[in-house]
Design a protein around this ligand. Structure first.
Ligand SMILES: *Cc1c(COP(=O)(O)O)cnc(C)c1O
Length: 397
């Protein structure tokens, strides 16, 4: 009998009951806007910011409308201007170069290695090409952050971390997002906490934090924040910083607060599933797993493997065969971007020279989501199906 997987790769878990209750309370009050508070009331958004800052050990935190907005705000808060070049990953998702383009800046792409991290040698050859690196920990793969930060510090480059896939992860025990000057997170449905849309911005720098708060559209209500710098940090910048509205609202914050309390448990559940997939696929002929160094604390919310140097038609064959058995794989090598899998050469507003070493890697990347609605047995079954189909196609070549 041929086994078939019946689950859905896009079905998330429900919002915790405590979040649903809290959301109903916000709706009953009618006070959804973060600055719409009753006398002596502290908004859900301000509380969430305080809790997220504490979770990461950050001095300042701002909750915003999306992860993409957090990144654009980070670029603005660092003074990136139209025409400036910003270093970023060739292997990432469209909101990253999109955030750079949204402030009129120009992405300079840095390559990807076979372990799906930023190519630090390529980065070292491009350090003179920008003053800011928007570093995307794409699909949760964290590079040697000590080496990266030393390189960037030496070159006077400020690092913004895109932690859309690493909320809850760390490098050498330092949370992802706390190595660079700013960390950005997303709470969009497919990330590690789910408010539909949403995001966070964290930093220890009071001037950058004050600018971000003003940018997000705080009017002159910044004293209602619990995780913003003191009022005097705003003296110099409050008339100089434009309002580019992108606040989070109390409804989303209410949904997120109980999820934040559970995040470490959720990370452990993802990692159990990741380990089962990894074990099930180890030593499959023709299939390369990514190496996860022991310094990296991962969040296994997605899984990647490489069919490196395979002919495109063979990869297509594997995707189709797995698909017919209910296992939905995404391929970064397809000539046309589909769903979420666009590549640096799909972003034609940011023209760039070809990157052959990265093209070779991108052509082999196969990606699957691991929602927590999958059981451990589901993950074992998915691994068996992928293993069988990759082996069958590989042996036929
Ligand atoms: C989802 C995502 C973001 C930001 O997402 P929003 O949808 O704007 O919240 C940023 N970077 C990566 C790599 C992402 O996958």
């Amino acid at each position: 009998m041929t086994e078939r997987f019946q689950g859905s790769f896009t079905q998330q878990e429900p919002i915790p009951e405590a979040g649903i209750e809290a959301a109903l309370e916000v709706m009953r009050s009618g006070r959804l806007h973060r600055y719409n508070t009753a006398a002596s009331e502290i908004s859900q958004t301000a509380l969430l910011e305080q809790e997220f800052a504490a979770y990461l050990g950050a001095k300042y935190c701002l909750a915003v409308a999306s992860g993409g907005y957090a990144m654009a705000t980070a670029l603005r808060a660092l003074g990136v201007e139209p025409g400036d070049k910003v270093l970023s990953n060739a292997f990432t998702l469209a909101p990253v170069p999109g955030a750079i383009a949204s402030v009129g800046a120009v992405p300079v792409f840095v390559g990807v290695t076979e372990d799906l991290i930023i190519d630090l040698d390529d980065l070292s050859s491009k350090l003179d090409q920008g003053k800011v690196l928007l570093l995307s920990h794409m699909r949760g793969h964290i590079c040697d952050m000590n080496r990266l930060i030393a390189m960037c510090d030496g070159a006077g480059i400020q690092v913004i971390e895109d932690c859309a896939h690493t909320m809850g992860g760390a490098w050498r025990g330092v949370p992802s997002g706390r190595h660079g000057v700013i960390g950005c997170y997303s709470t969009q449905t497919y990330k590690h906490m789910n408010s539909g849309e949403g995001g966070f911005f964290v930093t220890d720098d009071s001037e950058i934090a004050a600018r971000a708060v003003m940018l997000s559209g705080s009017y002159m209500l910044f004293e209602r924040h619990l995780a913003a710098p003191p009022a005097d940090a705003f003296d110099q910048i409050k008339y100089q910083t434009p309002n580019v509205s992108g606040r989070m609202d109390n409804l989303r914050a209410a949904i997120l607060r109980p999820q934040l309390r559970d995040i470490d448990m959720q990370v452990a559940r993802w990692n159990e599933r990741y380990a089962v997939l990894e074990d099930g696929l180890r030593d499959t002929p023709g299939l390369r797993l990514t190496h996860r160094p022991h310094e990296e604390s991962i969040v296994g919310s997605s899984f990647q493997f490489l069919l490196l140097d395979w002919v495109a038609d063979r990869v297509r064959d594997v995707i189709a065969r797995c698909g017919s058995r209910g296992v939905e794989l995404k391929w970064f090598g397809a000539p046309e971007p589909a769903g979420f899998t666009s590549r640096y050469d799909s972003w034609q507003y940011a023209q760039t020279a070809p990157m052959p070493a990265s093209d070779r890697v991108l052509a082999g990347i196969v990606d699957l989501r691991v929602p927590l609605t999958f059981s451990i047995d589901d993950c074992a079954l998915i691994a068996r199906i992928i293993r069988a189909e990759v082996s069958a196609v590989y042996q036929a070549t």
